[in-house]
Write a protein that binds this ligand. Structure first.
Ligand code: NIG
Ligand code: FE
Length: 437
């Protein structure tokens, strides 16, 4: 059954004023804003029109002269119409705007919606037993992927679709408004095509990961599997995908195989991204830089040469704290990367094996506690960093013209995301201007 997937269909064709924002993270630095790259505005308001940010600034300067008479107004606190107080003395340009609905955040913090640039959300089954065994001392191995491949192949489209929509609700409730989704648990032409097609129903950021591991049926002829990936599988998956990815690691794909697959993807119109240096050092990071990949993900074991290569490139290093948390491996050293000038993103890598969390607040808390990031760096990395890893300029910040993807926190500051780990601090989420609690 064909599903609608274009996010523009959900765009609110109305205007919304959000006011009473005690601390607004814009990721749009300016001389009169705090927080360096976070571009913080205090006592802020945001005006949304037709799903995009129409105006952002200090409430005292908001371009609204009088309350709307619309009955669709709503508020997080008391009023059902725009409170005049924040606009007393407003330097309102003519013509003055009115909003169809208003939200007064009462001093709460607001941040851009999280941009989760790495997930594997289309799969069957789970691997809770494998996780429990790891917590009892077993090592994480890439081969566990094959058990999810079996469960995924056995699941119907509708079973996978229902699971996926549950994950999408879960992400949204935790403040994620843009998500990249990889295939990689099908590993046959028909199953990989199914996974990218289902992913495409819910996001524009779809990644073909036929090169996740060599499936069991090709164990004795891995070259034949790589031929399949760059041949008929790529042909079937490219129309549904924007990106191509390879798990470049011992136990998965070699450097030469990775290069061949990414080049074939490029020829099919897909952009490269890469899993590398998750389980040990390797040449994948430098290959990502050489090929101009948007992002190289994991980056747990980096050499000085890897860091120098990344620092001189526009390839983002995407760190995935949920993986090290769930595999008991050492955390990547974000401080070393940031100090070298590398752009760092944080993502969930939500998958049933190495990281079954969909929570970017959780990733932020771990990155601050164990990876040397400041709360500001971690929040930037989970919003603007994720956008950079997806080469997107329309998400990950709050500025005129950008998509109105916003998160109201149940806290006075973004710092609480790290300071209060495990506490559900996401109060409300706006996606393309549409709000849900
Ligand atoms: O990003 N590293 C490769 N792929 C996933 C793990 C997938 C799995 O274990 O099922 C990852 O960690
Ligand atoms: Fe991954």
């Amino acid at each position: 059954m064909a599903r609608k997937r274009d996010t523009s269909e959900r765009i609110e064709r109305v205007s919304t004023l959000i006011t009473g924002i005690g601390e607004l993270v814009t990721n749009d630095p300016a001389p009169d804003r705090d927080g360096g790259p976070l571009g913080i505005i205090r006592d802020a308001s945001v005006l949304i029109r037709d799903g995009r940010i129409a105006w952002v600034g200090r409430s005292a300067h908001a371009p609204l002269a009088s309350p709307s008479s619309s009955s669709s107004s709503s508020s997080s606190s008391s009023s059902s119409s725009i409170e005049p107080a924040p606009f007393a003395g407003a330097r309102a340009p003519a013509p003055a705007e009115t909003a169809d609905s208003t939200f007064d955040l009462g001093g709460a913090a607001m941040i851009p919606g999280f941009v989760d640039s790495h997930s594997h959300l289309v799969f069957g089954g789970d691997r809770a037993d494998e996780f429990a065994a790891r917590m009892a001392g077993r090592r994480y191995e890439a081969g566990g992927i094959r058990s999810t491949v079996a469960a995924t192949r056995a699941a119907s489209d509708d079973e996978l679709r229902m699971r996926l929509s549950g994950f999408m609700r879960e992400l949204h409730a935790q403040g994620t408004t843009t998500v990249e989704i990889k295939s990689g648990y099908g590993l046959s032409i028909v199953d990989e095509e199914r996974l990218v097609r289902l992913a495409r129903e819910v996001t524009d950021e779809v990644t073909f990961l036929g090169a996740h591991v060599v499936p069991a049926e090709f164990a004795d002829d891995r070259d034949a599997y790589v031929d399949l990936v760059v041949g008929d599988m790529l042909t079937a998956c490219a129309p549904h995908s924007r990106w191509i990815d390879v798990f470049c690691e011992t136990g998965a794909f070699t450097l030469d195989e990775t290069r061949r697959i990414l080049n074939a993807g490029h020829d099919a119109g897909l952009l490269p991204r890469l899993h590398a240096s998750q389980l040990g050092p390797g040449a994948g990071v430098q290959l990502a830089v050489e090929l101009g990949a948007a992002s190289v993900d994991h980056c747990t074991y980096l050499t000085d040469a890897d860091i120098a290569a990344l620092a001189g490139s526009n390839t983002v290093a995407t760190l995935l704290p949920g993986v090290e948390f769930s595999t008991r491996q050492p955390y990547p050293d974000a401080r070393r990367l940031i100090d070298a000038g590398v752009t760092v993103a944080l993502a969930s890598d939500c998958n049933p094996g190495s990281s079954f969390t969909s929570s970017l607040p959780f990733c932020i808390a771990v990155a601050v506690r164990d990876m040397g990031m400041t709360p500001a760096e971690a929040v930037w990395a989970a919003t603007a960093g994720g956008a950079a890893a997806l080469r997107r300029t329309d998400v990950g910040r709050v500025a005129p013209g950008v998509r109105a993807d916003l998160v109201q926190l149940r806290a006075p500051s973004y710092t609480h995301l790290a300071y209060r780990p495990g506490v559900p601090l996401v109060e409300r989420v706006w996606k393309d201007g549409a709000v849900s609690a």
